[in-house]
Design a binder for this molecule. Structure first.
Ligand SMILES: *Cc1c(COP(=O)(O)O)cnc(C)c1O
Length: 396
């Protein structure tokens, strides 16, 4: 007898439930903002990736509405058939200029960008060396290629060098890393990684999903922060779904990169183009971050304040240097309990445990944004202090 769908569903759900991994997402009853309503409760929101407050920003909404009226609700086809509107081309030109790269291409999400770009560039006989903590979409993207896959220790240039030395390759060699790591909030040491890559003639591929709109001048990203934006041997990809407030992904780099991707990236070839309203919101986001320098300033002032205060209270923020601010609670049940208690105090911050993070490093991940006021952050810190004391995470 074959397995029925009902059996499969109840077995799989049962095993997730048993291991405590069954997820029930909380639901927002209001727009994505620093203060919002979640499951009917007014909260300070420390859970989003809305770094610059763009998800509900008036300038983005106005441009989205304008493009919706002028260009319609949908694109109507994949880009290569009949779906490329002038505004798609303009957005890509705007991204290339912003990133200081020879070309840029936009895809549907950061997730599909990793699949599309890695799949388009890597062939049998190539070598790809990936940081062990890279994002799931990189791992999935690499599974689609026939290149030889190797892993180097997290953010460790010496281990990268060892792997490259032990695996000589005549094909394309690619070093793949996140720019900002989403669980710890640390930065890839790109200066050292690119230096090692270059000694072996390798290309460096940086997924800057959490760095774009956060790092570098006007949020140009981690590659810009380290001064590699003009380099032909560095490819940057990232998302337009986090700081940029919409949804989408981009790949930027070498002048010929875009043309190859147009011809080879499967999501570009086989999935319908982004709708005009999204394109409008993204175009406005790129203008806005350059027009209003207070956005980046507030993001980083808030980041520094929140980290310093958490440290003063005795919390371990795991050396994070970006707005991603983990607070370590040890085992998963403690982190989940802390998250529940914070929610009862009107603070929305999500607990993460194994397998998302290592077993004894369960945490709450907070993301500080430009939109938070000092008041919001002080309210959160007050709640953290009470919850941390009650659970014995901090003394006193
Ligand atoms: C969030 C994220 C993605 C996925 O981006 P989406 O646009 O949400 O699909 C890809 N890579 C990294 C490193 C991310 O953090």
């Amino acid at each position: 007898m074959s397995t029925s769908l009902s059996e499969r569903l109840s077995q799989e759900l049962g095993s997730l439930r048993e291991s405590g991994l069954l997820i029930h997402p909380r639901v927002l009853d209001a727009p994505q903002r620093a203060r919002t309503t979640v499951d009917g409760r007014a909260v300070v929101n420390l859970a989003s990736n809305n770094y610059l407050g763009f998800a509900d920003h008036p300038a983005l909404k106005a441009r989205a509405a304008e493009y919706l009226q002028k260009w319609g609700a949908g694109a109507g086809a994949v880009r290569t058939i009949a779906g490329t509107l002038r505004i798609h081309e303009d957005l890509e030109e705007q991204i290339a200029q912003f990133k200081h790269t020879g070309s840029a291409l936009v895809l549907h999400s950061g997730f599909t960008t990793n699949q599309g770009v890695l799949g388009a560039l890597l062939k049998e006989g190539d070598l790809v060396v990936s940081d062990e903590l890279n994002h799931a979409s990189i791992i999935d993207g690499l599974r689609l290629t026939k290149a030889t896959r190797k892993v180097f220790r997290h953010a460790d240039p010496a281990d990268l060098e060892r792997v490259l030395r032990e695996n000589p390759c005549e094909g394309l060699v690619m070093v793949v890393t996140d720019g900002v790591f989403s669980m710890d909030g640390d930065l890839a040491p790109l200066d050292q990684l690119v230096a090692v890559a270059r000694r072996f003639g390798a290309v460096t591929y940086v997924d800057d999903a959490h760095g774009s709109g956060v790092m570098g001048e006007s949020g140009r990203g981690t590659v810009h922060h380290f001064g590699f934006e003009y380099a032909d041997d560095v490819i940057q990809v990232g998302t337009l779904s986090k700081a940029w407030g919409g949804v989408g992904g981009y790949a930027a780099g070498h002048a010929n990169l875009r043309e190859l991707l147009i011809n080879r990236a499967r999501p570009y070839l086989f999935s319908t183009a982004q709708p005009p309203a999204v394109v409008g919101a993204l175009a406005a986001a790129l203008d806005e971050v350059q027009r209003d320098p207070t956005l980046m300033k507030r993001l980083w002032d808030n980041t520094r304040f929140f980290k310093a205060e958490l440290a003063r209270l005795g919390f371990d923020t795991f050396g994070s240097v970006t707005p991603i601010t983990p607070v370590i609670f040890g085992e998963a049940p403690a982190a989940f309990e802390a998250s529940r208690r914070l929610f009862d105090e009107g603070i929305f911050a999500v607990g993460l445990g194994f397998p998302t993070v290592p077993r004894n490093l369960a945490r709450i991940r907070n993301i500080v944004t430009a939109e938070h006021t000092r008041d919001d952050l002080e309210k959160a810190l007050g709640a953290y202090e009470r919850v941390g004391r009650a659970l014995g995470t901090i003394g006193g």
